[in-house]
Design a protein around this ligand. Structure first.
Ligand code: C2E
Ligand code: MG
Ligand code: MG
Ligand code: MG
Length: 274
């Protein structure tokens, strides 16, 4: 039995649970074969320097292209996948694709997302610098995005691993900031380089003065801690203008560009530069 099946083996019989767990086992096995069959790909969403209005790298986001051509979004499989050991090969795939992209495009910078499990995956953390070196990619060009979940699970362990990543030169940012268990206390000890403020704080910027106040505080705090700050989910010119006024460093959102295939992203980059 696999670890997942093992964990689910000794539960009392519950038909709804049986159905859910068999759906889950099926999903996991479809992901496993999809990975082998090359059905996964990365899409790239630009980040924008809000001061200069120039592109400032991209976030790589996982997509699953099903056999019928349909694009399956990560929210529909990532939460289940992140709890299983299969997250390891999936993240290695993401890493390998990201490094290949960076190797081919020396002007580019990328960030990739780590699940909680990835941060505590000793083999992955050990291999990261080696894989970057093998691809001749400066670790400074590959940012790791983690979520607060990793810090709650094991704050001390997380801090040591983040320090190790930082020692190797990888930038590390805290993703979806403000939505989890945001204890500001841990920020003072964390060896991170950036904060990504969740789009929940961006959404009401134009309509709610309180939203602006909270955003202003988050940005000032990030600046005081010497962290880069990225506002996620910018969809309107109005939100963008307010974030500029508040001196936010970077922005990401549909206003600038949706996640795109590598090809579309590179085209988008070219048109922007001309
Ligand atoms: P995330 O890391 O916070 O990524 C940002 C998500 O917000 C992306 O959704 C992006 O498409 C979406 N987004 C960007 N701008 C806007 C906007 O202006 N408006 C709105 N409404 N949404 C916007 P996506 O690609 O569906 O990914 C969802 C989540 O799945 C990610 O959230 C991340 O937590 C996870 N994920 C994606 N790829 C990976 C991966 O390779 N590994 C892991 N562990 N998780 C991943
Ligand atoms: Mg992210
Ligand atoms: Mg995010
Ligand atoms: Mg998210």
């Amino acid at each position: 039995r696999t670890a997942v099946e093992e964990a689910e083996f000794y539960r009392p019989y519950d038909p709804a649970f049986e159905r859910r767990s068999s759906e889950r086992v099926q999903l996991i096995s479809r992901i496993r074969s999809g990975l082998k069959a090359g059905e996964f790909e990365l899409h790239y969403q630009p980040k924008i320097d809000l001061i200069t209005n120039r592109p400032a790298g991209a976030e790589a986001l996982l997509r699953w292209r099903a056999v019928d051509g349909r694009l399956i979004m990560p929210d529909s499989f990532m939460p289940k996948l992140e709890d299983t050991s299969l997250i390891a090969p999936v993240t290695r795939f993401v890493l390998q694709q990201a490094l290949e992209f960076l190797r081919q495009h020396p002007e580019e910078q990328l960030s990739i997302n780590f699940a909680v499990r990835n941060l505590f995956d000793k083999a992955l953390i050990r291999d990261l610098p080696k894989l970057a070196q093998a691809s001749q990619v400066d670790p400074g060009r590959l940012e790791i995005e983690i979520t607060e979940g990793a810090l709650i699970r094991n704050p001390h362990g997380a801090r040591l691993i983040l320090q190790e990543l930082r020692n190797h030169g990888f930038p590390v940012s805290l993703d979806d900031f403000g939505t989890g268990y945001s204890s500001f206390e841990y920020l003072t000890h964390l060896p991170i380089t950036g904060l990504k403020i969740d789009r929940a704080f961006v959404r009401d910027l134009e309509s709610a003065a309180s939203s602006r106040t909270v955003m202003k505080c988050l940005i000032e705090m990030a600046q005081a801690l010497d962290l880069w700050v990225v506002a996620e989910g910018i969809e309107t010119e109005g939100q963008c203008r307010i974030l500029r006024e508040l001196d936010c460093d970077l922005g990401q959102g549909y206003l600038f560009g949706r996640p795109m295939t590598a090809k579309s992203y590179l085209l988008w980059r070219q048109t922007d530069l001309s």
